[in-house]
Design a protein around this ligand. Sequence first.
Ligand code: ZN
Length: 214
Amino acid sequence: MTIAFHPDIATLMAFSAGTLEEPYTVVVATHLAMCEACREQVKRTDLIGGALLASEPEAEMVPGALDRLLAAADSDDVAQPIIVPDTGVPAPIAHYLPRGLDGVRWRWSGPGVAVADLPSSSAAKGRLMLLRVEAGRKVPEHGHGGQELTLILQGAYRDRFGRFGAGDIADHDEDVEHQPIAEPGEDCICLVAVDAKLSFRSRLVRTLQPLFGL
Ligand SMILES: [Zn+2]
């Protein structure tokens, strides 16, 4: 797996500090399970963050998110991808997907597009979901009401930023508009965290949005 797109450093720092909202934490943890470079990066950030906290006696220690991830994988070896063998999915989302990606119960969400919400705790801000785009299909052009973090689990898509394949993460803020197109051959399945409803450009799509459940 060659990973070309990683989370912003700000996102990794927030993850490391434990200040990222729950749905984003799950997406970043899942990327880390697939990406050795970011595991190394977060390990360094954790060390820096730990040193900063230690120099401030008043500050409360935030439990390291990386520690939890590595503990879950029962391994301290950052070089190993952390994939659960029975399901073929990364450890941080394995409990949502006991039968892997084949066992997902999809909900139709427009032509060629399906979604499956993954439950978050009641305190969580934002939404975590799986998005499946049929091979060769376009996702309607949209902007974002807030940060959107998308991790490709299977297949690939292209947009004006390039080609996103398995393990790649698209870390977009509210100013970004894009129109992903799934590559032919295999359905593209992504893990997505959003903190607001997506806003579609076309009035027709906006009208239909509640129906699509997006
Ligand atoms: Zn990475």
